[in-house]
Design a protein around this ligand. Structure first.
Ligand code: SF4
Length: 422
């Protein structure tokens, strides 16, 4: 068994509040052993599962292995979710009898050298609300879950590249992570200032070569660029220019992907479904007329409405800061955790979550005929956006990654962040 320490996101709390949201949102993949165990549980209509309701859906596989997931009920909920929003497997056989994927959520474990980092998925509303017990109090349970999911060779994993082809050792890689985390841990600055500050010095990292800047020299280098970038921040962030026309178009396509409901139950693979997707993409490209309501929580509103100033509630700063620090400390934005992209590119993707969440929050507010944001809009928008971040295959495609790189090269990421903060 692998011998590793766990690095916990100590700023985060979480305990399951049994809201059952995850049982309605996610496809639950199961191993052949889990499938067999569930078959042996012998589910019948007397347990509340109709005879004509399939329990498993075959997802494909090769000669040696076939993959399955749990089926969904017609309303999109997991086949085992009952009318009270409780898990039938849990109720009848106890928590350990559930598939591992259900027991892990909302945690994610990523290699970090001699340690394994723990991150959390903000698609869970309780994670966003920081509700429940602290991670430190749960270290024993977390260790037990980690032992079941982390592969034995986890400490052999190589660190993510810093930029394409530039790989340092874990010790030096962590220097970048520490510097990023410290940038976001500055209570005397607004969240937007911290984000822009981090984006500026990551831009310098992107242009730098590290073959001779290692160890203490790397630490010194990072200290210098972090300090110099802070001095470069404009005094008045309102002076930051509006995003370019191309930048806005690229961003609408990206934000539209974050706003989608993309579960296996909702996926419509028919010709009509594919045509609807194409029409949505064309609408988002043009940005004229009305936004198509791609989830039940959205109403059709004019694109232009979302470009008006909505303000950002002050309490949202705490949510965004915690989100960024949990993703950064947990290494959940680059490398194996994030489509194997290098650190700098992964950070640019993470930066874009901020304007994407605010864009979605504006749409939620506008759907409710409001012209200002509440902290609930921001929290709800974050659960929608983080459902995809690092998990939807579309986000790891060449086209999506090129969009992120184009926005970074044109200098539009900082502009978008400032634009949607108004
Ligand atoms: S098996 Fe139980 S916990 Fe897992 S998704 Fe289904 S209802 Fe939820």
């Amino acid at each position: 068994m692998a011998n590793f320490g766990l690095q916990l996101p100590t700023i985060q709390n979480w305990s399951c509040q049994s809201c059952s949201g995850c049982c309605k949102q996610h496809g639950i993949f199961i191993t052949p052993e889990e499938k067999q165990r569930i078959e042996e549980q012998n589910w019948t209509p007397t347990d509340g599962i109709p005879a004509d309701q399939p329990i498993f859906v075959k997802m494909g596989g090769g000669l040696r292995k076939t993959w399955w997931r749990l089926a969904h009920q017609p309303d999109g909920a997991c086949v085992f979710l009952d009318e009270q929003g409780l898990c039938r497997i849990h109720g009848k056989f106890g928590e350990p009898a559930k598939p591992l994927a259900c027991r892990i959520y909302p945690y994610a474990f990523h290699p970090a050298g001699k340690k394994v980092t723990v991150s959390l998925r903000f698609s869970c509303p309780t994670v966003v609300a920081n509700g429940g017990r602290s991670m430190l109090e749960q270290s024993k349970e977390l260790r037990s879950i980690a032992r079941q999911v982390v592969p034995d060779n986890v400490t052999q994993a190589t660190p993510p590249d810093i930029t394409p082809g530039q790989r340092l050792d874990w010790k030096d890689f962590h220097r970048f992570i520490d510097a990023l985390d410290e940038t976001f841990d500055q209570d005397d600055m607004s969240f937007l200032s911290r984000l822009l500050h981090a984006g500026m010095w990551m831009g310098v990292v992107e242009q730098s070569k590290f073959d001779r800047v290692l160890g203490d020299r790397l630490k010194e280098f990072l200290d210098i660029i972090v300090e110099a970038s802070e001095a470069e921040l404009p005094d008045d962030l309102q002076e930051i220019p509006a995003p370019s026309r191309v930048g806005r178009m690229q961003f609408r396509l990206l934000a539209g992907q974050y706003a989608r409901k993309d579960t296996y139950a909702s996926a419509d693979g028919t010709l009509r479904g594919r045509l609807r997707l194409l029409k949505t993409a064309m609408n988002l490209t043009r940005g004229q007329g009305n936004l198509p309501p791609i989830q039940d929580c959205f109403r059709e509103v004019p694109f232009e409405t979302l470009e008006q100033p909505f303000g950002v509630p002050k309490e949202a700063d705490e949510i965004f800061t915690r989100y960024f620090r949990v993703k950064i400390q947990g290494l959940a934005f680059c490398g194996r955790a994030f489509y194997r992209v290098p650190l700098v590119e992964g950070f640019y993707s993470l930066m874009l979550v901020y304007p994407a969440v605010l864009w979605i929050a504006r749409w939620l507010a506008a759907s409710d005929d409001r012209g200002t944001l509440t902290v609930d809009d921001v929290a709800h928008a974050m659960t929608i956006a983080d459902h995809h971040h690092g998990y939807s295959p579309a986000f790891g495609t060449w086209g999506f990654r090129r969009r992120v790189r184009t926005l970074a090269q044109m200098g539009d990421i900082a502009r978008l962040a400032a634009w949607y903060s108004r």
